[in-house]
Design a protein around this ligand. Structure first.
Ligand code: COA
Length: 637
């Protein structure tokens, strides 16, 4: 039984329905208990996530299937949906169960979501779940420059952390509504812990002794670096520079076993390897220091040299998986919620473990840090000597060595398989759609539909993340970008029998339909999380799974060959992630005012897909849509 969660396909374990619903003592419930005052008042004022009406979701589900199903399949699914929603039917019973849960929880979805979408999802977090983020290439090209920049970056993160700790972060808004700020409290000092069947997340910021150190990894060797002076002030960039130099000069040897690569494994394998690893007390202490740290800083070794043209794509690979065991995949702890990655050649970015947060809070933090690194250093460093950063030791038993070898092999296969293309679309940005009074995001999504249709002559189930942060502890729902309106537009676009005025009218309709779906999703009225909730109630109540969830149409609806997300930022960066199905694409984009950054991924083992081809088709589609608008004056519409 397959259910959809985040952008990923997640097995909702019907074989063990009760297991699904047991409160997991390991899973830290997402809550806002640590914080007080201003923040708590804000959080309390946010509305609860609604449960949409059953009939509305059923109607919208049918509408969403139309562009991706054949007519005869539609007929069968229509019958199943009618049966599901009829008066006195199972749908009503599940709906009542979900409404009851909504009355008794802060957010009926969020705890389930973290479990099902992330902690019970067993594929490696690398590529399959954790996004990478590529920053513009920085202005340094050697070890000294790397260290100096890293020191400023750490100082910038600590500056942001002060705003989190003091609850002075400005409240964010979407469509004029205040957003839940909880995710900001989940990204620092937290870490995912592998389990045998299900992982957990711990957040040490909420402990009575919150951490005062970060972990630094260089040449696969981990160090604890205290980042606060004894008087509680954060270390200055100059102080941090001295400490990073000490770390680098005491980790020059490059033949260390890359223990960090264990975190790239399939979660079941890593769960077992973790038990082996921490049997040893030294290893256990070292792992615990990493888990407890505020974040991890990865000072990377060289990556393969590439031309300027492919630089950003290679940098995206470095951020997403490190390039394989011979490069930097072992210079990571992928379970760590936040890892900053800095190369010697000016490459800079991050990787984050997705369970605690979505991209936008991470990017807001990074925007702040980048701005901070550009400011001149004004704070004078105290003259007190600092303790030597502490190296973390690992005892590598034959069993652990075997696990490391296995992890290297699987990581290298995955690295070989991932195809990544970063495209900077320089012809225009949000400015053009805005000038035509169109939502830029909808314009991009409809261009993507056109690009895909031109490559495959069909539409596919398409996922776009929509924020649910207007609600307390809200995460995401799905905007289904393939609609009947988008299908009508893409089919007409290259049809020579159609007039331009008709094509523009279809474009406007498709863009409006997308924007309207977006509004519905961000206001908690989309279909996907609601259907998941109904399915979870069926599992919880140990009911026979209703036919609509075992229907092949449901499987098709969740087979996202286009998995997409907009992650906007002030900095000229782009986030990237892998496809969620073997024959699909991952597409992440950052629309800036006058250009747009895209990161397109696919798997090399799939003959049908090619990241570079989709990126090219996307560029053509955006340009062709603009040309059509320019050639068709509004008066003619
Ligand atoms: N005419 C002119 N301007 C318009 C317009 C129109 N018809 N419609 C929108 N705009 C403007 C907006 O005012 C906005 O202006 P700004 O640049 O000054 O802010 C801009 O165009 C962008 O709007 P739009 O392109 O419609 O997108 P959005 O900002 O509303 O974002 C989503 C849409 C779906 C991306 C957003 O709602 C969301 O949910 N984001 C979170 C996604 C997420 O969590 N991703 C991470 C997953 S890891």
């Amino acid at each position: 039984m397959w259910g959809i969660c985040s952008r990923t396909m997640v097995k909702v374990g019907m074989a063990k329905p009760c297991g699904l619903m047991k409160p997991c003592h390991l899973v830290k419930p997402v809550s806002a208990t640590r914080v007080t005052g201003r923040y708590l008042t804000h959080q309390k004022g946010l509305p609860n996530l609604p449960v949409p009406p059953l009939q509305q979701t059923c109607e919208r589900y049918i509408a969403a299937l139309e562009p991706i199903l054949e007519v005869d399949e539609m007929k069968h699914t229509n019958e199943l949906v009618d049966e599901f929603q009829k008066a006195g039917g199972v749908g009503e019973r599940l709906q009542r169960g979900l409404e009851k849960r909504a009355r008794n929880t802060e957010n009926w979805l969020s705890e389930w979501w973290v479990k099902v979408a992330y902690l019970e999802y067993r594929m490696p977090v690398v590529v399959h779940s954790s996004p990478g983020l590529v920053l513009p290439r920085m202005n340094f090209r050697d070890k000294q420059g790397q260290i100096r920049f890293a020191a400023k970056l750490i100082a910038g993160v600590l500056d942001f952390k002060t705003m989190i700790d003091n609850e002075t972060l400005p409240i964010e808004y979407l469509a004029g509504k205040p957003l839940c700020m909880n995710q900001y409290y989940e990204v620092l000092s937290s870490c995912r812990i592998p389990g045998l069947k299900r992982d957990s997340v711990v957040n040490h910021a909420k402990s009575s002794r919150p951490p005062r150190h970060i972990t630094v990894v260089h040449n696969f060797q981990f160090f604890v670096l205290d980042v606060y002076n004894s008087d509680g002030t954060p270390l200055t960039a100059d102080q941090l520079c001295v400490q990073l130099e000490r770390i680098c000069s005491s980790s020059l040897q490059t033949n260390t076993e890359p223990v960090g690569i264990l975190t790239t494994q399939h979660r079941d394998s890593w769960g077992k390897a973790y038990v082996n690893l921490i049997k040893d007390k030294t290893n256990q202490e070292s792992v615990s220091a990493i888990q407890r740290s505020i974040f991890t800083l990865c000072l990377d070794g060289a990556m393969p040299r590439v031309s300027d043209e492919t630089y950003r794509s290679t940098a995206a690979i470095q951020m997403l998986h490190g390039g394989g065991s011979q490069w930097n995949s072992g210079n990571r702890w992928f379970d760590k919620t936040l890892q900053f990655i800095i190369g010697e050649d000016g490459t800079c970015g991050a990787n984050y473990e997705h369970a605690p947060a979505e991209g936008p809070p991470i990017v807001a933090l990074i925007d702040h840090v980048v701005e901070y690194t550009r400011k001149p250093e004004t704070i004078r460093s105290p003259m007190v000597p600092l303790p030597m950063p502490r190296k973390l030791h690992f005892n590598i038993t034959p069993e652990v060595r075997k696990d490391i070898e296995e992890a290297k092999n699987s990581m290298n296969i995955l690295a070989q398989d991932l195809d990544m293309r970063v495209m900077v679309f320089g012809h225009f940005g949000k400015n053009v759609p805005k000038a035509h009074k169109m939502s830029p995001d909808a314009f991009i999504q409809i261009a993507l539909q056109l690009a895909y249709y031109r490559m495959y002559r069909r539409c596919c189930a398409t996922y776009e993340s929509a924020s649910l942060r207007m609600f307390r502890l809200g995460r995401t729902d799905t905007i289904r970008s393939a609609s009947s309106a988008s299908a009508a537009f893409v089919k007409a676009f290259d049809d020579p029998s159609k007039q331009n005025t008709e094509k523009v009218a279809l474009m406007v309709k498709a863009i409006k339909a997308h924007r309207s779906y977006t509004n519905m999703a961000i206001s908690g009225q989309a279909i996907d999380r609601h259907l998941l909730g109904l399915k979870m109630i069926a599992a919880e109540e140990k009911l026979t799974m209703p036919d609509i969830f075992t229907d092949t149409a449901y499987g098709k609806a969740l087979h996202y060959q286009l998995s997409t997300s907009q992650v906007p930022s002030k900095t000229d960066c782009v986030m990237c992630f892998g496809p969620v199905v073997s024959n699909g694409y991952g597409v992440c984009y950052n629309p800036m005012d006058d250009h747009m950054n895209f990161a397109v991924s696919s798997f090399n083992t799939c003959e049908e897909t090619n990241a570079a081809h989709l990126a090219q088709a996307m560029e053509d589609a955006l340009l062709d849509m603009r040309t059509l608008l320019e050639r068709t004056p509004a008066a003619k519409l």
